[in-house]
Design a protein around this ligand. Structure first.
Ligand code: NDP
Length: 342
């Protein structure tokens, strides 16, 4: 699609994700282009704009939504600020009449997420949550294989997303800006991934949280969370997340006649899929060959396509809201030590 016909995006917040992944991904997108930036740092925004051919008058401060509104080249905004600011940013974008792609986690609470869905609905703009793995080819292949019946019925799922989180002063460890610790930041990939894979909602959740005492990083948010979800079909999903482990991002699906293992499942790149299938006494092992693609570019193009064709995004605001509700249930289950029915 020629650049002039592509959907124009404004990037809100020029942090690590925007600078290292999202802005470069526009180079691989086919239907989206970047036309404006919003930042609290004028110098950084000016430099970034020059790098991506964005006009100097399409740089905005966080208090200049009226100027952004008046820019007809901006059809959509991509919100990439700390989680605790997503609600206000989305409400401002809806007020400016722009479609919204919002980073995960959608908000700090289900109440905020609900407000965001309502505001976008009233303004008649689309709201999509940036669940990049739902656009990534290896994750999509796992969903397809799990649902195809080729491996029998799905019985159990294991999902783990962990990493080491460093500096105590970062916003990710402040409750007001992050909403929580490992769970909303990275455990969310396990929760959303399992729901997307099964296409059903959990009915019961159990959880445990462990946070080391006297660690300056974890004064406000949790370090490690284990949660188990039971689904109406009888599937049990065992999920774990931690800010205190070596990087590990694995998804494993156990079926009646085989297994699907996705290595680096929730990483930006480097996915590897291995499958095992039992036929009689023989176990067939394969490593399906798929083409790696830039998930951010795929996600941007999906949003652009939905705007161009007036379609509902695959991961709309309601999807983010449901995850916020379930994360609150996980926290409640950990707090009480009792299973929570949802
Ligand atoms: P960073 O801290 O690197 O960047 C956040 C940016 O937000 C800052 O650089 C700043 O941009 C802006 N900002 C505005 N107000 C504040 C504030 N009060 N404190 C700190 N920053 C502020 O974070 P990330 O880029 O890693 O994360 C941003 C969002 O993206 C989060 O919601 C996170 O969960 C999500 N994310 C998603 C990932 C994915 O794979 N989908 C991976 C990583 C993050 P400026 O200087 O321009 O004002």
């Amino acid at each position: 699609m020629p650049p002039s016909e592509r959907v124009g995006f404004a990037i809100i917040g020029l942090g690590r994700l925007s600078l290292e992944e999202i802005l470069p991904a526009f180079g691989e997108a086919k239907k989206a282009r970047v036309v404006a930036l919003m930042s609290g740092s004028a110098d950084k925004a000016k430099l970034t704009a020059a790098q991506y051919g964005i006009p100097a008058d399409a740089i905005y401060g966080y208090d200049q939504w009226d100027r952004l509104k008046a820019n007809p080249a901006v059809k959509a905004v991509y919100i990439v600020t700390p989680n605790g600011l997503h609600r206000d940013n989305v409400l401002a974008a809806a007020g400016a009449g722009k479609h919204v792609l919002c980073e995960k986690p959608m908000a700090n609470s289900s109440a905020e997420a609900h407000e965001m869905v309502e505001a976008c609905g009233k303004a008649g703009v689309k709201l999509m949550i940036a669940y990049r793995c739902q656009y990534e080819p290896f994750n999509r292949e796992v969903v397809r294989l799990a649902r195809s019946g080729e491996f029998g019925r799905v019985k159990m799922i294991e999902a783990f997303n962990g990493q080491t989180t460093g500096l105590p002063e970062q916003w990710r460890l402040r409750k007001a800006l992050a909403g929580g610790g490992a769970l909303p930041d990275i455990g969310l990939y396990c929760l959303n991934g399992v729901r997307a894979l099964l296409g059903e909602e959990p009915v019961s959740i159990q959880a445990q949280i462990v946070t080391p005492e006297n660690d300056p990083r974890f004064k406000e948010v949790e370090e490690s969370v284990a949660f188990t979800m039971r689904f109406p079909s009888g599937v049990i999903a065992q999920c774990g997340t931690s800010y205190g482990v070596h990087e590990s991002r694995e998804l494993r699906v156990h079926t009646t006649s085989g297994s699907l293992d996705l290595h680096n499942a929730f990483a930006y790149r480097g996915q590897r899929l291995t499958v095992a299938h039992r036929e009689g006494s023989h176990v067939q092992r394969d490593e399906p060959v798929l083409t790696h693609k830039n998930q951010f570019a795929l996600e941007l193009d999906h949003m652009a396509d939905c705007i161009l064709k007036d379609r509902r995004p695959r991961t709309p605001g309601e999807e983010g809201l449901q995850d916020m509700i379930l994360m609150e249930a996980i926290y409640a289950a950990a707090r009480t030590g009792q299973p929570v029915t949802v």
